[in-house]
Design a protein around this ligand. Structure first.
Ligand SMILES: Cc1cc2nc3c(=O)[nH]c(=O)nc-3n(C[C@H](O)[C@H](O)[C@H](O)COP(=O)(O)OP(=O)(O)OC[C@H]3O[C@@H](n4cnc5c(N)ncnc54)[C@H](O)[C@@H]3O)c2cc1C
Length: 410
């Protein structure tokens, strides 16, 4: 769709149709559709053409552990049944520490819930979200379109965007910036982001192993960093899982480039034999790990959502889950403002959003950062703290419940 074929002014423009931008746009349009009288004009601008899986940074080869809370959000959006078809439920989490006594497990029975979470391949989540965006006529999706510049104007924000070989401009009452962790737009706007590199990389790949995973997610802490294998649905009689292996900076190249047998040999040594032998590994990818936090999340007519607002270490699988809670709150408030014929980009609305979400954001950022610090080291003092922590989780049901609630995003 060309913008010239549609409107030049939108209530809301979302920059970035990745996991967060797409989820937000779908939730907003669904809320507006419930309110028949409200005007609806939402545009999502995405720089990568749907289906271009080699270049799409959001719907890539990774898998995502969705918390129970995220399931509830997707359920309320009417998307859960489609997501569930391709997801594996997590019935238990087993946490252990390589080379040290001390492990703990958390089960769905202890928590009295159907599942602790669900693992879905990002590409499959992308297919569901894209289909849902295509389903809503009030939601205009433009791709491949790249926003080059945004400027504050009296009506909100003016966006200069590159679409095919033309430059066009649109205005919006509210711009939702969901363009991911790199975001040149943030730089252009002079929005500072605190960046703390962890000096670690995550190697990710799909792996296949001897024994069924029985829907257990394994998190193992090694001297180099945490290693997780999350359950995936079996495929062609292969028992599959999604590997997230955190290694110190500099180590990733050899693990990416060594041959399959050597990689499997090293992985089996680190992970142990809970799943029998890990026998196959798919294509390997690596991601630099960094904690970033935007110093400003809102300005008149602008809000930052997802990785551009906060990028977390994947150790606790919380990045998308947190962003979905942010997105859910923002969609509710923006829909309410539009319904009441108010400006959804007014500071009053955006301030209310931030007030509701800031405590959640800070808690998750702190929890994740502490886990990385505690679990990515062989230092004796921290190993002892870790053992005490795992033992504490094992011995104190209240503590374990709290840990599980955090992991489940409740
Ligand atoms: C290894 C790893 C494992 C993870 N596992 C989990 C997990 O288990 N659970 C969990 O909750 N989280 C997890 N996360 C975090 C999760 O992946 C992120 O929270 C999520 O990707 C953030 O999505 P996003 O849409 O904000 O950004 P992105 O995924 O980066 O998407 C940004 C989108 O914007 C588009 N774009 C960029 N610039 C422009 C522009 N100028 N104009 C138009 N479009 C543009 C891009 O093409 C892309 O589609 C993990 C992260 C990593 C690295």
């Amino acid at each position: 769709m060309r913008v010239s074929e549609a409107r030049c002014h939108y209530d809301v423009v979302v920059i970035g149709g990745g996991m967060v931008g797409a989820s937000f746009a779908i939730e907003l349009v669904r809320q507006l559709e419930k309110q028949a009288s409200a005007p609806r004009s939402i545009l999502v601008i995405e720089s990568i053409t749907p289906g271009d899986t080699d270049n799409q940074p959001s719907f890539d080869a990774r898998s995502t552990a969705l918390s129970f809370g995220s399931r509830e959000i997707y359920e309320s959006m009417g998307l859960w049944a489609s997501i569930r078809e391709t997801a594996a439920a997590i019935h238990g989490i087993q946490v252990s520490d390589q080379g040290h006594f001390g492990s703990t497990s958390i089960s769905r029975e202890q928590q009295g819930t159907e599942a602790l979470g669900y693992v879905v391949e990002n590409r499959r989540l992308g297919t569901v979200l894209q289909a849902a965006m295509d389903d809503h006529q009030a939601l205009h999706f433009l791709a491949p379109g790249k926003v080059e510049k945004i400027t504050p104007v009296a009506t909100g924000m003016e966006l200069e965007l590159q679409y095919v070989d033309t430059t066009q401009s649109v205005t919006a009452a509210l711009v939702v910036l969901a363009d991911g962790g790199r975001s040149p737009i943030c730089e252009q706007l002079g929005i500072q982001r605190k960046r703390e590199p962890y000096c670690q990389h995550a190697i990710i790949s799909n792996v296949a192993f001897q024994f069924p995973h029985n829907n257990i997610a394994y998190e193992r802490f090694t001297e180099q960093g945490p290693l997780a294998i999350l359950p995936l649905p079996d495929y062609e009689q292969l028992h599959r899982g999604s590997l997230v292996w955190t290694v110190a900076e500099g180590k990733q190249e050899e693990l990416l480039n060594c041959d399959e047998q050597e990689f499997l040999q090293r992985l089996n040594v680190q992970f142990g034999h809970r799943l029998g032998r890990i026998e196959k590994v798919g294509q390997r990818f690596s991601y630099p790990l960094i904690l970033t936090e935007a110093q400003e999340q809102i300005r008149p007519g602008l809000v930052l959502l997802g990785n551009v607002a906060h990028t977390l270490h994947p150790v606790a699988g919380q990045g998308l889950n947190l962003a979905l809670r942010d997105s859910h709150t923002l969609a509710g408030l923006a829909a309410q403002a539009i319904q009441q014929h108010k400006n959804p980009g007014a500071m009053e609305t955006l301030q209310a959003y931030l007030e509701r979400q800031q405590a959640d954001q800070q808690r998750v950022i702190l929890f994740t950062d502490q886990m990385v610090n505690l679990f990515s080291t062989g230092k004796w003092s921290k190993v002892m703290a870790r053992k005490a922590g795992l033992l504490g989780l094992e011995l104190l049901p209240g503590l374990r419940k709290e840990f599980a609630r955090q992991a489940m995003g409740l």
